[in-house]
Design a protein around this ligand. Structure first.
Ligand code: GDP
Length: 204
């Protein structure tokens, strides 16, 4: 609605600020604010989306180096925390890096009382892959409600659009923690950003 869109605009009018990068649960800020997180395969367009949402180029940096330290990045957005989780699904990630990612994600997702929602980013060209379904399972068992955001909508072929949406819906139907509503975005073209801001602003 108009009112929801206006609330979303208002939330993102003040600049989001980088707070800290965290590599262990002990480094997390006190759970004294509502928080929501962004997760997705590396290269899904997570940094681009966070930058587009906040209007701050370079706020979130892509970490496209498999093997480098994986950080949970905290940003403040008015009275909330916006959390950028390390990307997953690197093609040639060392086993130890994958294991460390899983350990950190399990701990974070099951242990964060103020975490209200996860946004799971999925490339609109491909729909959910096996690694995305794995994290959906983790979100289910951790009882973290998650909402799917399709990215790079400008790149999906018109002939594939409905098919990928249908496949995505069918996958979400299998996951109890999934919101059925899908947000379709393009950071490049600005599509869906207002909708996503409104969804975020409605999280209490
Ligand atoms: P991350 O690894 O998930 O943070 O992904 P990035 O945000 O770094 O994006 C990965 C690549 O996809 C970059 O080359 C971006 O320019 C590109 N990209 C991200 N979002 C979009 C989009 O909405 N449309 C298009 N066409 N390209 C995008």
């Amino acid at each position: 609605s108009e009112a929801e869109l206006a609330t979303g605009q208002a939330l993102f009018r003040k600049p989001a600020e980088f707070l800290k990068g965290v590599v262990a649960m002990s480094g997390l800020p006190d759970p004294d604010r509502v928080e929501f997180c962004f997760a997705g395969r590396s290269n899904v367009g997570k940094s681009s989306l966070i930058n587009a949402l906040t209007g701050r180029k370079g706020l979130a940096r892509a970490s496209n180096t498999p093997g480098r330290t994986q950080e949970v990045n905290y940003f403040t957005l008015e009275d909330r925390y916006l959390v950028d989780l390390p990307g997953y699904g690197f093609a040639n990630a060392p086993v130890a890096v994958v294991a460390e990612w899983q350990r950190l994600m399990r701990a974070y997702l099951s242990g964060r009382a103020n975490l209200r929602r996860a946004f799971l980013l999925i490339d609109h060209r491909h729909g959910p892959k096996a690694v995305d379904e794995e994290i959906m399972g983790l979100l289910d068992t951790s009882a973290v409600p998650f909402q799917t955001v399709l990215t790079k909508a400008d790149k999906v072929k018109a002939s594939d659009r409905a098919k990928v949406l249908e496949k995505t819906r069918a996958t979400l139907a299998k996951h109890p923690a999934a919101f059925p509503e899908i947000v379709v975005t393009s950071s490049e073209k600005g599509h869906g950003l207002e909708d996503l801001r409104a969804v975020i602003a409605a999280i209490t």
